[in-house]
Design a protein around this ligand. Structure first.
Ligand SMILES: Nc1ncnc2c1ncn2[C@@H]1O[C@H](COP(=O)(O)OP(=O)(O)O)[C@@H](O)[C@H]1O
Ligand SMILES: [Mg+2]
Length: 366
């Protein structure tokens, strides 16, 4: 059932207040059918609220929800083409794995033979065939999560809603389960809407994602779009490790924008945007694109350089972060790939030059 050309979710002006708390402030969002879509953002941003609105567990304060073209804004969960995987596993402790998976089908009073067949197929799909008769207390976290998934997927809804489905798993298991979820979704072809605050998890599974913070949809795009070309300053700050410089537009020349940072002036390409002189804007550069020049090393012509006072090295395994102070007191970070014993070694307090390709700087108007 692959419906990539169809639209699964269309939300407009969606808002939710809990008393005085504006959990969601007028969100517009479109999710294509058959997409693996991720809602990513910091805790408290409104992700769970949006997911629960899609599932019909809470009612919107304002706005409209269309699922596969049908207005479901006033419909209860069981009248929607959705199924929800909750954050806590919440399995029935007195039922076996197979009974847990078949629970929703029994509620629907399907014939016993059909239930057995569908449960069997689902256990196979989520890799629990050998554990059908186990009780939940005798399962690992990852296995319990599979039961949860099976229990939701067996209902054959068109849209699966997953709220932090991997949050309770340890880091290694989370990585493995991420890929399993991705492959499962590709295999079944239904729409997944997956909520997480974990960037790596989001990037692993998402065809497309939306950044949600403070009740607002900040930006949508593929993982690569948002990592390499974030439009919003917030996205640059939230995804990856970016150096962000705030300043004021001090001049416009052709497609070049001159930005006065106080301690330095950068010129960046407008990137199709239309800033005006004296606008407050930001420029960002990913830390893995920044390099510390060795003493006496002359910068190449295409590099943006800035003087900095070296602070310390932070060894992170794959990379080492070299942290220094700029003239305005802000930190700047250059991430070099770690190279065993020959790692770059700089003296604390040394005056150094940090440099990066001019063309890799992004301009953020908001
Ligand atoms: N039932 C509720 N009553 C009051 N405030 C709530 C309720 N649920 C969520 N909130 C508030 O709404 C905001 C968004 O919460 P939530 O959607 O759970 O965020 P997220 O899932 O992104 O962490 C937060 O400020 C949270 O405290
Ligand atoms: Mg949440």
């Amino acid at each position: 059932m692959n419906q990539k050309n169809d639209i699964a979710v269309q939300v407009s002006g969606l808002a939710k207040n809990y008393g005085a708390v504006q959990a969601l402030r007028g969100v517009d969002l479109t999710i294509g059918a058959g997409e693996y879509f991720v809602l990513l953002g910091p805790s408290g941003g409104g992700k769970t609220t949006l997911l629960r609105l899609l599932g019909g567990f809470i009612r919107p304060t304002a706005g409209q929800i269309l699922l596969h073209g049908r207005d479901v804004s006033e419909q209860p969960p069981n009248r929607r083409p959705t199924s929800m995987v909750f954050q806590s596993f919440a399995l029935f402790p007195h039922m076996t794995v197979a009974q847990n998976v078949g629970y929703g089908l029994r509620l629907r009073r399907l014939p016993k033979a059909e239930i057995a067949a569908r449960v069997d197929a689902m256990l196979e799909m989520v890799g629990l065939k050998d554990l059908a008769d186990r009780m939940p207390h005798a399962l690992s976290g990852g296995q319990q999560q599979r039961v949860q998934l099976g229990r939701s997927l067996v209902l054959e809804a068109d849209i699966l809603l997953l709220d932090e489905p991997l949050a309770a798993l340890d880091a290694k298991l989370r990585k493995d389960m991420c890929l399993e979820l991705k492959h499962l979704q590709e295999q079944i072809g239904i729409t997944f809407v997956h909520v997480t605050h974990n960037q790596e998890e989001a990037m692993t599974v998402a065809d497309n994602m939306a950044i949600i913070a403070d009740g607002v949809l900040v930006e949508t795009g593929t993982a690569q779009d948002l990592y390499e070309n974030p439009q919003a300053r917030f996205t640059a700050d939230f995804i990856g490790e970016n150096n962000i410089f705030d300043g004021r537009v001090s001049g416009l020349t052709g497609s070049g924008v001159e930005i006065d940072l106080g301690f330095a002036k950068f010129t960046v390409d407008a990137q199709g945007q239309t800033p005006r002189v004296s606008d407050m804007v930001s420029v960002s550069i990913r830390s893995e694109l920044v390099r510390v020049l060795g003493p006496g090393e002359a910068p190449e012509a295409l590099l943006q350089t800035v003087p900095a006072t070296y602070g310390e090295a932070v060894y992170l395994g794959l990379a080492t972060s070299h942290v220094a102070k700029l003239a305005n007191g802000d930190n700047i970070v250059a991430r070099h790939v770690s190279r065993g014993g020959t790692s770059d070694d700089f003296e604390a307090e040394a005056p150094l030059t940090y440099a990066w390709p001019r063309t890799q700087m992004r301009l953020h108007l908001s």
